[in-house]
Write a protein that binds this ligand. Structure first.
Ligand code: NDP
Length: 350
């Protein structure tokens, strides 16, 4: 059983050398008889998600109690898509396709499969359950609709808009009739093609406009240019300077969903915010959330999104790295803008 294991705690940006590939030749392809609800799965696809880097850090911060970090020598685990090979759990049978928390390895023995969900709809690509129909989709849906309550005509700003969550937030907001602008990184040489995330947002994902935050000297001025009357809803994926500039540009009674802090995860000391007074003065609502807060909405989410996928009204892009051994580099690439759309690792074909 080939596995991706944590070799070193991550300091600063996570590096390929923080991982090691190991083979466990002792693994049995049966759930042990001592387990009352274990499930053994064969992994097909793994999802590269920024939060994994956070779990790879050794930290004594006060957040520690809420997150279970990886220990040195342990197999990385995260969201993925798999097939049940053996089960002692009443909810799962051999042959079931599932998505949820699994290991970065060929086969995973999951003792408590509370975060594993059966896949009922297989007329869409299975890999979509790593993102669009899995965590990224539900995050975009929960954060936008539950936290921000968007209304037709409202002005929405999405940071890290070409990422797996951001590109869906933008499209969900457009489906609601909002005016949507996103920020993304620069033109880079990705996969030997000159490719521009800002063009992708405007021409492929249907954003009304987009700008390259790396080319803006003054983020406040950039936001004023794109939102002369201010922002009603902001979906925050990066934090730091961007969030600070957004606070200045929010309208009265605006809503901010704090989904993630992409620019802060590698910082030992996160950047401060200077414009917090805007929250008070403009009567803003700023709310953090986690995707697990919205698991109960998954069926409702599927009702909205599956028809949109089938009718090709949602555009989604996946960047698939082939082979478990290429997983570490694919994950590291999330922080340098290497991926185009959702970064997935193909472990085995269905
Ligand atoms: P992706 O890896 O798909 O995309 C992340 C994007 O972040 C990249 O496209 C990159 O775009 C941008 N980025 C990378 N570094 C920086 C930086 N220093 N400053 C600004 N932008 C940066 O991530 P997801 O879409 O899956 O996740 C987006 C955010 O949502 C993350 O913060 C993640 O932690 C959070 N999240 C939160 C969840 C929750 O439950 N609250 C669940 C899932 C995700 P570019 O190169 O264009 O800058």
């Amino acid at each position: 059983n080939k596995q991706v294991v944590l070799k070193n705690y991550a300091t600063g940006f996570v590096k390929d050398s923080d991982f090691i590939i190991k083979t466990d030749s002792t693994m049995s392809l049966k759930v042990p008889e001592s387990s009352s609800k274990g499930v053994l799965v064969k992994n097909f696809y793994l999802s590269c998600d920024p939060y994994l880097s956070f779990l790879m850090q050794k930290s004594d911060s006060s957040l520690e109690a809420q997150f279970s970090r990886f220990s040195l020598g342990s197999t990385i685990n995260g969201f993925g898509v798999a097939k049940v090979v053996d089960s002692r759990h009443p909810k799962f049978e051999k042959g079931d396709l599932v998505w949820g928390i699994t290991g970065w390895e060929e086969y995973s023995l999951i003792a408590e499969p509370d975060s594993l969900f059966k896949i009922e709809h297989t007329d869409v690509p299975l890999s979509h359950y790593t993102g669009l129909l899995g965590m990224s989709g539900l995050t975009a849906y929960g954060g936008l609709f539950e936290v921000c309550n968007p209304k037709k005509g409202e002005k929405v700003f999405v940071s890290a808009a070409s990422g797996s969550v951001g590109l869906l937030v933008g499209q969900f907001a457009k489906l609601t009739g909002c005016h949507v602008i996103g920020s993304a990184g620069s033109r880079e040489n990705v996969h030997m093609v000159l490719y521009c995330r800002v063009d992708l947002l405007k021409n492929k994902f249907g954003f009304d406009d987009a700008f390259n935050y790396k080319e803006e000297q003054d983020l406040d001025a950039a936001l004023k240019r794109y939102f002369p009357e201010g922002i009603d809803i902001h979906f925050e994926n990066v934090g730091g300077k961007m969030l600070d500039a957004v606070l200045l540009n929010m309208r009265m009674h605006g809503r901010i969903a704090v989904c993630g802090l992409m620019s802060q995860y590698h910082q030992e000391k996160p950047e401060g915010l200077y414009n917090v007074a805007s929250i008070l003065i403009k009567r803003l609502r700023m709310e953090g959330f986690g995707v697990f807060d919205y698991l109960h909405l998954y069926p409702k989410f599927l009702d909205l999104v599956l028809p949109q996928i089938r009718e090709k009204k949602i555009t989604y892009v996946e960047d698939i790295a082939e082979g478990l051994e290429n997983g570490p580099a694919a994950h590291v690439g999330l922080f340098s803008g290497r991926n185009v759309g959702k970064q997935v690792v193909l472990v085995a074909r269905e």
